[in-house]
Design a protein around this ligand. Sequence first.
Ligand SMILES: C[S@@+](CC[C@H](N)C(=O)[O-])C[C@H]1O[C@@H](n2cnc3c(N)ncnc32)[C@H](O)[C@@H]1O
Length: 243
Amino acid sequence: MEPNPTPPPDNCTHLFRSSWSLYDAILAGNYMSHREIHACVREVLMAQANHGRFALLDLGCGNARLLADTLRTLAPRRYLGVDLSPSALAEAAHYLHGLPHVELREQDLLACAQDEAAASTEVVYSGFAVHHLNTADKQRLFHAVARLLRPEGSFLLVDVVRDEGQTREAYLERYLHLMRSTWTGIEPTRLEEACQHVAAFDYPEMLSALTQMSVSAGLGEPHVLGQFGAHTVMHFRQSPAIA
Ligand SMILES: C[S@@+](CC[C@H](N)C(=O)[O-])C[C@H]1O[C@@H](n2cnc3c(N)ncnc32)[C@H](O)[C@@H]1O
């Protein structure tokens, strides 16, 4: 197994602590396919809403900007957004202003998933945050999510994923090349800052590894709802209640 220490959260969230202008520029250029990804996420949330009002736990919520409009339409019975970046949470409070049943919490995402009450949540969502965890913590996260999801609940995981057999080094070489050659709307010093963040803190898994973690936690195999380069939307389902 490759050495993959979970970086202290102080470090891997540094890029998101002082300012969200960089991430907003990435969104504006759609460099990480947020537009297409959010269309997939919205579809799952709308299907969930058709079964009744749902609770949503958002792990590594950032500024919640992309989800905000969808949440206003679907009115979840509870939205809990968790992040270690106070500036992200301050922006999330702004984007979610006026929406009832919203809680924003400054906490480590794994700790939060482990703390939440068993079978309390219909949907767990995480966008581009889980790749910061080491392999053992990712496995712990799957177990924690399996514990807190209600029967037939959904775990929507949006993240970067390595190709099968691709080393982290080969992944980084390709991804950093893509960033430097196509993220042309980002100011060069900020782009370099983003590249350094990726090189230091991104530990994406292969889909087969995430599948193994999910199966061993009892969530079964994922449905891949969308794949846009390395940016992948995975849907894991909790089993139905046993009658
Ligand atoms: C790339 S941003 C993604 C934000 C949002 N989920 C999205 O998809 O647009 C990653 C977020 O995860 C947060 N994060 C990273 N590691 C975390 C951890 N261990 N616990 C809580 N938040 C974490 C960062 O602070 C940052 O806000």
